[in-house]
Design a protein around this ligand. Structure first.
Ligand SMILES: Nc1ncnc2c1ncn2[C@@H]1O[C@H](COP(=O)(O)OP(=O)(O)OP(=O)(O)O)[C@@H](O)[C@H]1O
Ligand SMILES: Cc1ncc(C[n+]2csc(CCO)c2C)c(N)n1
Length: 267
């Protein structure tokens, strides 16, 4: 079974992403960004400008554009509000367009942002629509090792949070990470063994591992305070919450897709 490695260099202010080499040989050269950014309609994490710099493509999901317009200048209180808004121009705004304000659409449209009204589709979420947009605009997404970072994916509405987690399952072959100021969430597909590289910056933080939807008969981990050893996990039985990262590398091997979540250390 192939190995998939995960690291969170995009959270470190002074580094560009390091080289990533997959077991299929696909490589991302050191220093070249291989991230996409999706902004959802929740408060912008402090790390958003850093992720923005790393991203090859930046897309706002419907009301996420209001957040970019309203909140980004607040992250730069000493800078000119209009200059910040012009600097952080998304490549696209996509969704069913029932939450983004008209003034925000006009502002970004005038700067050259692509506006995609997908209001005909009331069966998939705006995040789903944005992942498809990235899919259609980044050639060879599956083989590119691109990681889609989704900010504002947690908080306030549990139906939205469920929808966001469902998108991880909808696109289980794409690297997707949901983020807010406090934690990150990703899917570890059972098609691979996983190595999660955790900078000492984060070590000792709380983490969790759980099969959403389908039980896991067999999960084995290393690098955690409470490791699993061929252990069964299911809702209604055991799921691993309030666990703690103990080593720089956590390994996970399971017969089921698992959700991995980790706290992000506050400065
Ligand atoms: N409170 C929240 N928690 C988590 N994600 C959210 C939250 N609010 C919005 N989102 C995410 O941001 C996306 C865009 O939000 P927006 O408010 O524009 O959605 P929407 O389609 O108008 O939602 P609805 O019509 O259900 O109110 C959503 O699809 C969802 O992924
Ligand atoms: C069974 C079922 N439940 C809810 C919705 C509603 N819905 C799901 S995604 C979406 C778009 C939000 O931007 C909307 C309105 C549906 N269609 N089918």
């Amino acid at each position: 079974m192939d190995l998939m490695t995960h690291s969170f260099d995009f959270l470190l202010p002074t580094t560009l992403p390091t080289a990533a080499v997959e077991s299929n040989g696909a490589a991302t050269p050191a220093g070249s960004s291989n991230y996409a950014l999706v902004i959802l309609n929740q408060s912008l994490p402090r790390v958003t400008p850093l992720i923005w710099e790393h991203a090859r493509i930046r897309v706002c999901a419907d009301g996420g554009a209001n957040r970019l317009y309203d909140d980004m200048p607040q992250l730069f209180p000493n800078d000119d509000l209009h200059a910040v808004r012009r600097k952080y121009k998304p490549d696209a705004i996509k969704g069913d367009m029932d939450s983004v304000r008209d003034d925000v659409v006009h502002f970004y449209k005038d700067l050259g942002t692509t506006i995609v009204d997908a209001s005909h589709d009331q069966d998939t979420t705006d995040l789903h629509k944005c992942v498809l947009y990235i899919h259609n605009n980044i050639p060879d997404l599956q083989n590119s090792n691109l990681c889609i970072l989704v900010v504002g994916a947690l908080g306030g509405r549990f139906d939205h949070e469920l929808g966001n987690i469902n998108v991880l399952y909808n696109f289980s072959t794409v690297r997707l990470i949901l983020l807010n100021d406090d934690c990150l969430i990703q899917l570890l597909p059972c098609t691979h063994r996983h190595e999660i590289h955790i900078d000492s910056h984060f070590k000792g933080q709380h983490c969790g591992l759980a099969p959403v939807g389908m039980p896991s008969r067999n999960t084995t981990t290393t690098g955690l305070q409470w490791n699993l050893s061929n252990t069964e996990m299911k809702f209604g039985g055991l799921v691993s919450t309030s666990n703690i990262v103990r080593e720089n590398v956590v390994t996970v091997h399971s017969d089921a897709d698992l959700i991995w979540t980790m706290a992000i250390k506050k400065k």
